[in-house]
Each structure stands twice: as structure tokens, then as C-alpha cells.
Ligand binder design. Structure first.
Ligand SMILES: Cc1cc2nc3c(=O)[nH]c(=O)nc-3n(C[C@H](O)[C@H](O)[C@H](O)COP(=O)(O)OP(=O)(O)OC[C@H]3O[C@@H](n4cnc5c(N)ncnc54)[C@H](O)[C@@H]3O)c2cc1C
Length: 428
């Protein structure tokens, strides 16, 4: 890192999509940039579900943050958890040591929102980070190994039933990938297991899957999942999760040995550190320049920020975080030059989701694609967007291997000692 004596110090909390965009945008500005993240890697979240469904390895969807930052001359990294912000003193409190700033960019993302529903946080597997995806992969594989040990048909059915809560892209994509893992790969691994006992349910409180998509694409996605044997339950919400599965608001019970929660997120805990009353979904409300009202030297971006545009808050999406990061970099450069700031305006590049092999939905401007073409669009875009040439190549090889050989190379039950679900409980 090149460091100037009197250069302002920009501290960026979070090496995610928003934070890294801001750092890249500041590479030629007369500032020094310090990124603080609790992890030493940048995570490509759209493919987390492929780690959880034993298709990709963590190293293929994450890149060391230092590798990404080392080509940026004015940037450095400290790994620590940010625990608080002293806005008056312009200082962060971290798990390591205090960090002083002249400008602060908060890009700490979001965390799972379990809406206080009984049993969900304790029993639900989450798909929000690498640890969660690995725990879920272990769980799925472990449930099949457990099922081999029981002669009790009821117990086997319970072990092999999976309930996914949340019909957004993550829930839909994981449901499709899980059904294919079982139908195409585990069926061959476990020839003596009654695969007919497997059940995958997807529960969504809204009136259909993929709420952000056009009605035709939403229906196509549901049909594609149902063809894969996923039981889709819409217009009903979860009221409780226990060891038998889920209790729904309509009074029905969904049997499930494993519950996967993809039904909601809210702003990271840091929201409470900078505003007394966070906005909806516990985000930090900021105006069109993305600054805190009382502290113009503090910017909030990405999932953590609630930015209104055309009467509605912008969604928690990668392009929103990245465009906000780029905008904040321009704003900080303008402030150091004594220039006025421009308001932020989001340009929507489109949305996509995949539902297993040969099936996807994509909505880009006036184009609405589904089926094989939608799937090709999804594949192409995600391959381009994965960070790093090595990752791109390995992901392409893994996808090709899976596509032509119906095989998932990383179906290993492996986790650090002491991590959840590495030892067989229940005497199995
Ligand atoms: C499974 C999944 C799939 C998704 N798929 C898509 C998709 O296909 N397309 C899409 O547009 N969006 C998708 N999203 C949403 C997308 O990931 C987010 O909108 C985006 O990552 C937000 O960027 P961000 O910079 O605000 O936060 P993030 O990218 O989440 O980065 C936040 C960073 O802050 C760090 N951090 C958090 N708290 C602290 C702390 N206290 N101290 C230090 N560091 C901290 C984290 O470690 C992380 O590195 C998906 C999300 C998930 C979970």
C-alpha cells in the first residue's frame, strides 16, 4: 500500500460486492483505503447453493481478499469484526483494535431474519455464508448415510425429507439443485436405499415463487420445480419448526428432518451502531447521496442501506451494492476535491434464476426468457461474473463434468472438528 502523509483515510467495512466496488473506484483517488472484514475472503453468493448441493468447492466461489486488493496500490486489509462506530470521534471499535477514519463506507451486508418464528433459528440450516452452505452439504449427505442404518420406514422417510422455506431465487435454486443431487447422483450412490422416501417441499408465504419476476416466468419456475418432484406450497407461512418438521399457518404439517431457511434477511448488526432507529428490514435509511444525515463523511451502501427510488426501497442485490460502491467512490473523490456530490440512481441490469439443468428464468429489459434459453443466459452471466480466471475455469469444468457425467465431485462429509453435524447423533 502506498501511503501519503496527509492523505485522507477511507475505511470500508466489508469486502463484499459494495465494499470492493468502492475500493476499486478509489484506486486513483488521493486517499488511502483500508478494508476491514471479519473474513479474509470475498464471497460470490449466487453460487452458494451449489456448494450446499455438493457441486462446487468453497474455493471456487470465494477469493482471498488480499489477492483482490494487492493490485490496488492505495488499499490495504485488516481482518477483524467491527463491533461499533463512534461517529463523533470518527473511530471504529473492532475485535482487534480501534480504527480511525476520515471517511467511512459501511458495506456490511445483511444477516438471516428468522422473524422470531419458534424453532427456526435453532433447527433451520441457512444459506447465507460459506459455513452455512458447508453445514447444509454435510447434513444432506449425512441424512442419506443415516437412512442406510434404519429399518423403520417412518424414520427413513423423516430422515430423507427436506423442507425449504422461502420461494425467492435462493430457495428455488437450492430446491432444484437438491432434487437433482438426489435423483441423478445419490440414487446411484445408494442403490439399496428406497429413494421413493425422499421428499422435498418448498414453502412460500406469498402468492407464488420468485416474486420479483414476471408472472409467466414465475409460473414456468414453479412448473419446472414440480417436474423435478418438488412439492411447492404457496400462500402459507411457517409458524413453528420442531424435530418433526414445520407447522404451517393453514394448520398443515410438513414432515422434514432438515429445514432450510431462505425466507428473509435484514441489515447487518452494525445498523444499530450508526442510527438509533433502523428503517424497514433493519437497514440504515440514507438519502440520494448515500450519506448519513448528520455525518456526511459516513456512507452506507449495499444490503445495509435503505435507498428509496421511485417510491420504493432498492432491493438487496449485487448490482445495487456494486453501483452504490462505485457512486460512493466518485463522491469521496469529489469531496476531497471540494466538489458537489451527485445523487445516486440505480440502473437495473435484469434478474435471473436457475432451476436445475436446462431450466432457468431471466428478465432483462423487455426480454423474458425461460427454459433452456433462460438457463443458458444464467450460465453465461454467472461464469463471467465469478471473480478470478482460475475460479471461472474450475467452475466451468465442474459444471461440464456434472452436465455430461451426472456426477457431483465434492459430495464429501467434511468439516472442522466440532462443527455441527459431523458426528452421527441419535445412535446412528
Ligand atoms: C445465497 C445467496 C444468493 C444470492 N444470489 C444473488 C444473485 O443471484 N444475484 C444478486 O444480485 N444478489 C444475490 N444475493 C444477494 C447479494 O449477495 C447481496 O445483495 C450482496 O452481497 C450485497 O452486497 P454488500 O456489499 O452489501 O454485502 P456483502 O456482499 O454480503 O458483503 C458484506 C461483507 O461485510 C462483512 N461483514 C459483515 N459484518 C461485518 C462486521 N461486523 N465486521 C466486519 N465485517 C463484516 C462480511 O464478511 C462480508 O464480507 C444472494 C444472497 C445470498 C445469501
Amino acid at each position: 500500500m502506498t501511503s501519503g502523509v496527509n492523505r485522507p483515510r477511507v475505511v470500508v467495512v466489508g469486502a463484499g460486492f459494495g465494499g470492493l466496488s468502492a475500493v476499486r473506484g478509489l484506486r486513483r483517488a488521493p486517499v488511502d483505503t483500508l478494508v476491514v472484514d471479519r473474513h479474509n475472503y470475498h464471497l460470490f453468493t449466487p453460487l452458494l447453493y451449489q456448494v450446499a448441493s455438493a457441486l462446487l468447492d468453497p474455493s471456487e466461489i470465494a477469493r482471498p481478499a488480499r489477492a483482490l486488493l494487492r493490485r490496488i496500490g492505495n488499499a490495504d486489509l485488516r481482518v477483524a469484526r467491527v463491533e461499533g462506530v463512534d461517529l463523533e470521534a470518527r473511530r471504529l471499535h473492532t475485535s482487534a483494535a480501534p480504527v480511525e477514519y476520515d471517511y467511512l463506507v459501511l458495506a456490511a451486508g445483511s444477516v438471516d431474519n428468522f422473524f422470531g418464528i419458534e424453532g427456526v433459528e435453532e433447527r433451520g440450516f441457512s444459506l447465507k455464508d460459506l459455513g452455512g452452505a458447508l453445514a447444509l452439504r454435510n447434513r444432506v449427505l449425512r441424512q442419506f448415510e443415516r437412512a442406510m442404518w434404519t429399518d423403520d420406514a417412518n424414520q427413513r422417510r423423516r430422515l430423507l425429507s427436506f423442507a425449504i422455506v422461502g420461494g425467492g431465487p435462493t430457495g428455488v435454486e437450492f430446491a432444484g439443485a437438491l432434487s437433482e443431487l438426489i435423483a441423478l447422483v445419490l440414487r446411484k450412490d445408494f442403490p439399496n436405499l428406497d429413494i421413493g422416501a425422499v421428499r422435498i417441499a418448498l414453502v412460500e408465504a406469498g402468492d407464488g415463487l420468485l416474486a420479483a419476476f414476471a408472472p409467466r416466468l414465475r409460473r414456468a419456475a414453479q412448473r419446472a420445480l414440480e417436474r423435478k418432484g418438488v412439492e411447492v406450497r404457496v400462500r402459507t407461512s411457517v409458524t413453528r419448526a420442531d424435530e418433526t418438521g414445520l407447522l404451517l399457518a393453514d394448520g398443515t404439517h410438513v414432515e422434514a428432518g432438515t429445514v432450510i431457511w431462505t425466507a428473509g434477511v435484514y441489515g447487518a448488526d452494525l445498523a444499530g451502531a450508526v442510527v438509533a432507529r433502523p428503517a424497514s428490514a433493519r437497514r440504515v435509511a440514507v438519502g440520494p447521496t448515500l450519506q448519513l444525515a448528520e455525518h456526511p463523511e459516513v456512507f452506507v451502501i449495499g444490503d445495509l442501506a435503505e435507498v428509496q427510488q421511485d417510491g420504493a426501497p432498492l432491493p438487496m442485490l449485487i448490482p445495487v451494492a456494486m453501483q452504490e460502491g462505485e457512486h460512493v467512490a466518485r463522491s469521496i473523490a469529489a469531496m476531497t476535491a471540494g466538489q458537489a456530490l451527485q445523487p445516486f440512481r440505480y440502473h437495473d441490469p435484469g434478474i435471473m434464476a436457475t432451476i436445475g439443468r436446462n431450466s432457468g428464468v431471466a428478465q432483462v429489459g423487455p426480454f423474458k426468457l425461460s427454459g433452456f434459453i433462460g438457463w443458458c443466459a444464467w450460465l453465461g452471466l454467472h461464469l463471467i461474473k465469478i471473480i478470478g480466471f482460475r475460479n471461472r475455469l474450475i467452475v466451468l469444468i465442474n459444471w461440464g463434468w456434472e452436465y455430461f457425467r451426472y456426477d457431483r465431485p465434492v459430495r464429501l462429509i467434511a468439516a472442522p472438528r466440532g462443527a455441527p453435524d459431523t458426528a452421527p447423533p441419535d445412535g446412528l
